[in-house]
Each structure stands twice: as structure tokens, then as C-alpha cells.
Design a protein around this ligand. Structure first.
Ligand code: F0G
Length: 407
């Protein structure tokens, strides 16, 4: 069965329901022209039933067709339409679900799995979004794509831009990116622009570029969110659609938690998710804008002016997708917490000793689970999936610096 021909036209609309302004797919303003909030893609999964889609997605696992070999495009009924020839893919998204062993004991739980999105082509979860967004950039005739980044977005965008014959320009906070990520961006041929300051300053510098020929690929781009969304589809397929009790995700600019929230809402509305997993977003304590925002009532973003953490990937003080992430927390009856750098370093070492490894930002999840179990907010027999977002080799300095501390 093939359903992609049945899809109706993709569009964009304001992510704030009360506003709901609709704009065409090609709209390049990134923010709602009526209220200034972020936009989101509207997709139409077509006529297939929930049961038919589950079967179809499972069947495609054994297909060698271009779109089926991607763990993103396999779920294309829920993605913006794209013709097979035009899709820019590196067969991303096909990452395993690994049971925690020593890490489960460390967190004090019986049922812990890691979905390691760091085992993607460029070593981070960003690849899931870039296949969708670079495909869209090409569809819209862009010649240059650009992003601000703490490193992973830059590496991923550069790789997909290279595959799609686009120029890549990345804005990096000077001194705020690991060498491995910088090396990847250079390897894939990106033009590097250093910005004095942090990620938030780099993003501001990018957004001030008034060059209409540049297509922005930060996570304010709704097409990136669509690609990243499929990590939840892939996870549920791997779990035979028995949703876990908790999914746990690191929070930086909050694009990924927004994407996961959108996936959960869409799957629940479509009847593919009888039980909604609770989402836990874990931030680094020195970069905990969402934690502060929730504590203050959730109406205004509580910006962290000088964000700090050894987990450079999430050293972000003004997360752009905070409202979407809050919505995800509300829909899933979730939690937003923070962990300090010592807890991140300790959890990262545990992941290494469990044979899994990750970059520091990802280890926030294990540290967060441990704290929630100790405090009684997560039961010891709960079924928990932690998303690891970056490969251990993304930041070897962090390992070498912390080995001394761990003994
Ligand atoms: N984990 C890793 C390894 C990351 O690189 C990032 C973000 C996050 C978690 C947080 O994800 O921003 O969607 O909440 N890295 C961005 C970058 C900012 O530029 O590579 P988020």
C-alpha cells in the first residue's frame, strides 16, 4: 500500500491556537505575521487508519526504497509532502533503543531505555530535522542555508547542505563550540562566522542578516521540527506502540521538546497513542530559563542573561521555542527540571561505563531521572525512555577533563 499520493497540501499556521493565522508553506517570515509567535506545519496524514499506518510503517523497514531507508521519511504520512527524487537524505533516524544496565541501577529504576539519537549520520539528533528542512530549502529554491549553533546544528546542516548542493553558513559563539563539531562543519565545507558572545548572541546576529536569499535553518524553522518529530514515531514503532510512562529529553533552545510534543499530540489525536507518555525536560542549572519560567507562572520567558554550563550544547539563556515546549509539558502532564554540572559529569561517566557514551548535554537525562526517582516523582518500576542527543566523540575534551574527577 502506498498513500503518499493522497496527501493534501501542507501549510503553516501560528502555533498559538487562539491566533491560528494560516500562511502558505513558502512564507519566509518564520514568525506569525499577526501575533509574532512561532509557526508550525499543518500536515494531513491522509485516509489510512491508525492500524493500516502501523502496518505500513513496519513493512517499510524491510524495503530498500530511498525514502523507506530513512527513519524519518518512513513516517512520511505525517511529514510535509516531498517528492522522492527531491528528498535530501543520509538514511538518518534508524537508531536503536538500548536497555540501561548499570545506568538503570544508578538511576534506581527497573525499566530504562536509551534512544541514542547521537548515533545518526553526523552524530546528533539534528540530522532528523535537517533532512526535512534542507529538502524544503531546495524545494523553495534557496542557494544558501544558515544557522546559529552551539555546534551540532552547524555540523548537521553543513552535511545536508553539501548533499543538496547548497552553500552553508554557520554562526558560532566564539569559544562556545567543541572542536569536533567545528571540525565537522569545516569538513562539510561550511563557511564559519564567529560571534563574540554566546549562542543567543549568535542567533541574534544571524536573524539580523537582511539577506532574503538566505534560508534559516534554526529550529524556529517549522520544517526542522517536522523531521525531529519522527523520533517519537520511530520509538513507538520500536516499542510495538506500548508507550513508556516517561520520555526524558535535554532542553536547550527547546526545539526538540517542542517537536516531541507535537508528535505526541498528533499521534494521540490520530488514535495511535492510547496512553500519553509524560515528558520530562531536563536543563543545565546554569542555563535553566524554562525551569525559571515555570516557577514564575509560565507567562513570560525568564531569560538567563549569562548562561553557563560545561554542557556547551545547551548553554542557552533565551530559548526560542519555550512556548511550544511549555505546551508539550502541559499536554503530557510533564515536568521541567534542572541538574548541575557535577551531576551531568557523574551521569555521563555512568553512561560510558554502561558502554553507551554520550556528549554531556545528553547525560542531563540520566542525572534528571536519578533525581526524580530519589525524590519519589518517578516510581522505580516506571517504564522510562531517555533520549541521548549527541555522540560521545562530539566532546572528547569533556571526557578527558572529567576522568580525573571521577577517579
Ligand atoms: N543535546 C544536544 C547534543 C544538542 O546539541 C542540543 C542543541 C540539545 C540537546 C538541545 O536541543 O535546542 O532542541 O532544546 N543544540 C543546538 C545546536 C542548540 O546548535 O547544536 P534543543
Amino acid at each position: 500500500m502506498e498513500t503518499s499520493a493522497d496527501l493534501s497540501t501542507t501549510g503553516l499556521r501560528c502555533s498559538e491556537q487562539e491566533c491560528g493565522t494560516a500562511v502558505p508553506r513558502e512564507y519566509r517570515g518564520y514568525l506569525c505575521p499577526t501575533c509574532g509567535n512561532l509557526l508550525e506545519a499543518v500536515v494531513n496524514p491522509g485516509p489510512a487508519s491508525a492500524g493500516q499506518l502501523k502496518d505500513l510503517w513496519r513493512e517499510r523497514r524491510s524495503s530498500n526504497r530511498k525514502l523507506d531507508t530513512s527513519g524519518v521519511w518512513r513516517f512520511r504520512e505525517f511529514l510535509p509532502e516531498a517528492s522522492e527524487d527531491a528528498v535530501v537524505t543520509l538514511s538518518e533516524g534508524n537508531v536503536p533503543l538500548i536497555p540501561g544496565q548499570k545506568t538503570a541501577a544508578y538511576a534506581g529504576v527497573k525499566n530504562l531505555w536509551f534512544k541514542h539519537l547521537g548515533w545518526n549520520p553526523t552524530g546528533s539528533f539534528k540530522d532528523l530535522g535537517m533532512t526535512a528542512a534542507v529538502t524544503e530549502a531546495r524545494r523553495q529554491g534557496a542557494k544558501t542555508v544558515a544557522c546559529a549553533s552551539t555546534g551540532n546544528t552547524a555540523a548537521s546542516m553543513a552535511a545536508y547542505a553539501a548533499r543538496g548542493n547548497l552553500r552553508a553558513r554557520v554562526y558560532l559563539p566564539r569559544g562556545g563550540t567543541s572542536m569536533a563539531k567545528l571540525a565537522q562543519a569545516l569538513d562539510f565545507g561550511a563557511e564559519i562566522q564567529y560571534v563574540d558572545g554566546n549562542f543567543d548572541d549568535a542567533l541574534r546576529a544571524l536573524m539580523n542578516e537582511q539577506d532574503p536569499s538566505i534560508y534559516f535553518l534554526n529550529s524556529i524553522n517549522p520544517f526542522r521540527i517536522e523531521g525531529q518529530k519522527t523520533a517519537i514515531f520511530h520509538l513507538l514503532d520500536q516499542m510495538d506502540w506500548n508507550a513508556p510512562d516517561f520520555i526524558v529529553v535535554p532542553g536547550g533552545n527547546l526545539g526538540n521538546s517542542s517537536a516531541f510534543g507535537k508528535a505526541i499530540r498528533e499521534l494521540a489525536n490520530f488514535g495511535l497513542l492510547p496512553k500519553v507518555p509524560r515528558m520530562v525536560i531536563v536543563q543545565a542549572r546554569g542555563s535553566n530559563a524554562l525551569v525559571r519560567t515555570v516557577r514564575a507562572g509560565g507567562h513570560e520567558l525568564e531569560i538567563v542573561a549569562d548562561p553557563q554550563t560545561m554542557a556547551t550544547a545547551i548553554r542557552i539563556g533565551e530559548p526560542k521555542s519555550w512556548k511550544k515546549a511549555l505546551k508539550a509539558i502541559q499536554f503530557t502532564d510533564g515536568l521541567v527540571i534542572d541538574v548541575d554540572d557535577d551531576e551531568i559529569i557523574a551521569a555521563k561517566a555512568e553512561l560510558g561505563r554502561d558502554g553507551i557514551g554520550s556528549e554531556p548535554a545528553s547525560a542531563t537525562t540520566l542525572a534528571g531521572i536519578r533525581n526524580l526517582v530519589a525524590g519519589g516523582a518517578i516510581a522505580r518500576d516506571a517504564r522510562i525512555v531517555a533520549f541521548l542527543t549527541g555522540h560521545a566523540l562530539k566532546d572528547t575534551d569533556a571526557i578527558l577533563r572529567s576522568v580525573g574527577k571521577q577517579g
